[in-house]
Design a protein. Sequence first.
Length: 241
Amino acid sequence: MGKNLKLLEELQGIDLKLDTWRGEKDTLLCEIEVLEKKLGEILESIAVKNAEMTAIEVDKLELEASLAAETENIEKSETRLRDIKTQKEYQAVSKEIATAKKVKAEMEEQLLQKIALADELKASIAEMEENSKAMTSNVAAQKTEIQAKIEQLETGIAIDINARQSAIKNLPASVMKRYSMLREKRQGLAVVEARNGSCLGCNMNLPPQIYNNLFKADSLITCPHCQRLLYLRQEADDIAK
């Protein structure tokens, strides 16, 4: 195998390993993102519930103020009722008191509903906050574990990047350009083995002349079908013979 071709095969091995490790790193980062999203959703739900609670408390205060004012008006009307002399005025005030008491009863019912709803929300918020505490702890533990795995991957990636730089230094720029273009177009596989007259990249039969030229290993030979660079493991062929 020619020097450049051998270096390209080694370089591709490094690049494929880097692709795998970077893919694993991206997967782990996505796992962290999913965990943080779930926790964020719970915290957002708690914020929404707290906003609902605040609104209910405001409604309760308004109802209590209105109820106190209505009670005071009823008491004043009932006091005034004792001093009324005419039947007509007495009936009018009595009707006014009856209407006010009806309004008061409706307010009291609304206030009871608000109190019941507030109690339900308090219980719901307390449960959600308890769950969020447990989830926060769980997420922190999982993130620590995932981050440790990421750091291990990054160590391996750094080592392989250095190895890659060393390999690139010994390759002509034109060869690297050709290799990079092929990797981009062929899902990361630019250099493939030829075996038994076929390209193992596309599984197509190679013209006999091209296959025979591979034995010389004195130039870069391309598959006419997929354009990948070809190499031949002559030791394997010799065994087969």
